[in-house]
Each structure stands twice: as structure tokens, then as C-alpha cells.
Design a protein. Structure first.
Ligand code: C2O
Ligand code: CU
Ligand code: CU
Length: 479
């Protein structure tokens, strides 16, 4: 089948207490879509890789006129793309040249918490650096890096602290799908901003407790981007890197998009659709086949009715290799019969947002799960009044699998591994979750201002050897 709707509850799209910010056309010429460089290792052996990730301030020419003051990783805005090979051990130097502390969170990487995971408890202070070491041991996936100082994640990400981090493995590399970075396999980081006087961003002026948004679409840091398509098949790796915005994507002529991967890697089978909604922090990979177009044609990617990226069709290198009908095995064990079921209730809007009736406390452990055990988590969104709003729920510490939505089957493109799932108003999503590393991990709504506003909690993954292990957690007021 070819799916032709967005799956989610339409009445909840864009709900915003303080007023939705619709996308507007920015009046400037089209620019080639930025394709960030791939970060070069400092050193590499057969088993180990050394990298430096440098958070730095800079200035970026985004729109005509004055440059915009921005932050980025190893570049002035967003980041160079980091490529991890599954099976290797990484030694990453985290370097901070920003005027304030930040953290480096590996969203979607399966690593120990809370210090390597890089959430709130892992600050790197200005002019300092620190080395972390971890082994990457998970299927190929599009993960990402973003800053996560609590409660300033929204501020940091708005300034530009977000980068793609791919995991590769032999299985994914062996599939007949596009792999040529920047040519037929491209990153697409979806964000929105408002350009104020002298083309500057002003987070405080645009701040909204229900999620900060701007009217101008910015993809990989490019406003009004275009991309020259030179291959029949193009793989797009989308990341919703916006603080708040959901993107409802579709192409000219309702061209079919074939989804091959979600947050945690390949789907078991490709899913064809003409419309796709991505919510904050989710990733989704698509293959588009341009075989029916000829050189000189243009195809647009839209979000709702706004064109956000133009594809210029060139002479297309033929690629008739069919996308495999089976992409990957995605096994996930079931919980033991008497395993506890964890409850997560996301409620409120604006300043009233809460998780399980509480605001986030950095020193408080809200839940516990044993290392290596699979358990159900029931995630409820109580915003059922007046349309309500969607909350994209995220867990640190690994990938889960979606079991059901209000007792019904998950959407057809939700059968792979996920770390973020959008929950409709009045809905309970059941997931099963296993942690492969111990530590303290956050779980929260990924509308970043909800997370900063307290719709967040943390849990401890414990081991039989040391069930009450104490971690040196950082108190919020030490910021
Ligand atoms: Cu994308 Cu708590 O993170
Ligand atoms: Cu995360
Ligand atoms: Cu939320």
C-alpha cells in the first residue's frame, strides 16, 4: 500500500497556547543546501578512533546582509557530520569555547549514563575540555548530537548546537541503497528561525514556554535551499532539529517517498507514503526515485503548503536496483510476565507542564529499571482538551519498540527501533524498553521548552552487583 495521510490526530497539529507561528516565505535567492563536512578523526587504529568535538561561537552568512551570530560543533553553525562505525571504541575530546557551560548529548547512541550520555549532569565549562570513551555497538542509524544543559537546552540548540551523528555497520553498507554522502545520501536537518534586526536571532524575544518557533524554514542552516539531483535515487536523512515545530512533509506531484529507517535504524520493511509528519528529535530516512523526471525539471519538498527545499533535476545516473523488501531484523524480547509496567504521564501546557505530576528535579531519581531487563512503559498524554497538543516523548539510554497506541497497532512505519515517539492527545502509547548500560538517564518531552520547563524525569538503571550505586549528580542551581 501507499499511505496518504499523516497518521497523527490532525486536530492536534501545531497546537500552541501562545499562538502558532506559521512558516512564511523568506525573500532571498535560493542557495545550495549546505552539506556539512564529515568530521575527520584525529587518529585511528583498527579498533579505536580519536575525535575532537569543539563547541564554538562564530558568525554565519545565512541570509543576505549581515552575518548571523551562531554556535556550532567544529564549524560556526550546526556541526560537521560525525560517522561512527559500529564495533569501534571512540575517544572523544569535548571542547568548549562558548562563553558558558554546555553539555554534549548523544541522542540515540547506546552509551552509559549520565556522564557519557551527556545530559544535564555532564557539564563542560568554558575554555575546558574533557575526554570520554565509549564503544559503539548498535545497528546502523541516524543519531544526533545536541547540547543538553538543564534548563538551557532550548537556548543552546536555538543558537545552533546540533549535529548529525551516523552509525554505520556492515549490514547496512551491504544493502543496495544509496551510500554516497552528499551526492545520493544527504542529511536534512529541519529547523526554523526568526531573523531580527541585522539578521540576528533573539531567543528571548521569540521564547515561548510551549516551544520556540520562527517563521523561516532553515535546512542544514540554509534558507531557501536547493539541491542538484544527479542520481535517479536519492536518500534523505531527516532530523527534526527544531525546538518545537512538527514538519508535515510531501513532494510535488505527490511523489512517493519510501521510508527505510527511523530513529534507531532500518525498518524491517520499507514503507511507501506520500505524506510524512516528523516531530521534534525524530529521524527518518527516505529514498525518493526521480525516474519520471527529466533534466531541467524541479521538484519541491513542502511542509504543509510551504516549499522548503527545491530539487533541480540534472542528468540522472541510473539506479534501478530495487529497495530490498526486507531491510533488517528488528527483534525485541518481551518483558517477563510479572515485570513492572512503568507509567509516564505528560500533562499541562505552557508553564504548567509536568511529568507524573512533578517538575524535573536534577537530584531526584524518579524510576528504576534493572540492567538488561525488558519492561513496558506506558506513556500517556493528558492534553485531551480543545484539540490538545502532541508531545514527542524521548528516552535516553537506548532504543525502544512501540507496542501499541491506545491498545491498537502502532503506525506502519513505527515497527523499527525508536528513541522518540509522538503521543497524541488523550493517548497512551505502550513501548518496551531495555537498557544495555547502567547509569542515570533522562526521559522527557522533546518540545525543548517543555523539557526545559520541567516535563522531564530521570531514572536509574541498576545492576545486581550495585543496586544503590550513587552518581555524582549536578544540582540545577549550580548552573
Ligand atoms: Cu535529544 Cu534529553 O534529548
Ligand atoms: Cu536523548
Ligand atoms: Cu510537550
Amino acid at each position: 500500500p501507499i499511505y496518504t495521510d499523516y497518521f497523527f490526530n490532525e486536530s492536534a497539529y501545531d497546537y500552541h497556547d501562545g499562538g502558532y507561528v506559521p512558516l512564511e516565505k523568506y525573500d532571498s535567492p535560493t542557495m545550495p543546501l549546505n552539506i556539512p563536512a564529515i568530521l575527520k578523526p584525529d587518529k585511528e587504529t583498527d579498533t579505536d578512533v580519536w575525535l575532537t568535538v569543539h563547541a564554538q561561537p562564530g558568525e554565519t552568512q545565512i541570509v543576505p546582509g549581515p552575518k548571523t551570530k551562531t554556535w556550532g560543533y567544529n564549524q560556526s553553525l550546526l556541526g560537521q557530520t560525525i560517522v561512527f562505525k559500529s564495533g569501534k571504541t571512540y575517544h572523544v575530546t569535548l571542547k568548549n569555547s562558548l562563553p558558558e557551560l554546555t553539555t554534549f548529548h548523544w541522542h540515540g547512541l547506546d552509551v552509559p549514563g549520565p556522564f557519557i550520555d551527556g545530559g544535564c549532569h555532564a557539564p563542560v565549562y568554558p575554555e575546558q575540555d574533557k575526554e570520554i570513551t565509549f564503544k559503539v555497538d548498535q545497528p546502523a542509524a541516524t543519531t544526533w548530537l545536541h547540547a543538553h544543559p538543564c534548563p538551557l537546552t532550548g537556548w543552546d540548540v536555538w543558537h545552533g548546537l546540533a549535529a548529525m551523528a551516523y552509525v554505520t555497520d556492515e549490514h547496512e553498507e551491504s544493502l543496495p541503497i544509496p551510500h554516497n554522502y552528499g551526492v545520493d545520501d544527504i542529511p536534512v536537518v529541519l529547523q526554523d528561525r526568526r531573523f531580527h534586526e541585522d539578521n540576528q536571532w533573539d531567543y528571548d524575544a521569540d521564547y515561548d514556554p510551549d516551544g520556540t518557533a520562527g517563521p523561516t524554514a532553515m535546512l542544514n542552516g540554509t534558507v531557501n535551499p536547493e539541491f542538484d539531483v544527479t542520481t535517479q535515487k536519492l536518500r534523505l536523512r531527516f532530523l527534526d532539529g527544531s525546538n518545537r515545530r512538527e514538519w508535515r512533509l510531501h513532494l510535488s506531484d505527490d511523489l512517493v517517498m519510501t521510508q527505510i529507517a527511523s530513529d534507531g535504524g532500518l525498518l524491517p520493511e520499507p514503507v511507501q507514503m506520500t505524506k510524512f509528519m516528523i516531530t521534534c528529535a525524530e529521524r527518518a530516512e527516505f529514498i525518493i526515485d526521480f525516474k519520471d523526471y527529466k533534466p531541467g525539471d524541479q521538484v519541491s519538498l513542502y511542509s504543509d503548503e510551504m516549499p522548503i527545499l527545491t530539487f533541480n533535476i540534472k542528468d540522472l545516473a541510473k539506479n534501478d536496483r530495487a529497495i530490498p523488501e526486507h531491510l533488517a531484523d528488528t527483534p525485541y524480547a518481551d518483558p517477563e510476565p510479572n515485570a513492572p509496567v512503568h507509567q509516564v504521564v505528560m500533562s499541562g501546557t505552557d508553564e504548567e507542564v509536568m511529568l507524573n505530576g512533578k517538575k524535573f528535579g536534577m537530584m531526584r531519581i524518579d524510576d528504576r529499571q534493572e540492567l538488561g531487563k525488558v519492561e513496558y512503559w506506558d506513556i500517556t498524554n493528558t492534553n485531551d482538551c480543545c484539540g490538545g497538543m502532541l508531545h514527542p516523548y524521548h528516552m535516553h539510554g537506548g532504543s525502544f519498540q512501540i507496542v501499541s497506541r491506545n491498545g491498537e497497532a502502532p503506525y506502519p512505519n513505527e515497527l523499527g527501533y525508536k528513541d522518540t515517539v509522538s503521543v497524541n492527545p488523550g493517548e497512551t502509547v505502550r513501548i518496551k524498553m531495555k537498557f544495555n548500560y547502567e547509569g542515570v538517564f533522562m526521559y522527557h518531552c522533546h518540545i525543548i521548552e517543555h523539557e526545559d520547563g520541567g516535563m522531564m524525569a530521570q531514572m536509574q538503571v541498576w545492576t545486581k552487583e550495585e543496586p544503590e550505586k550513587k552518581y555524582d549528580l549536578m544540582a540545577m542551581d549550580t548552573l
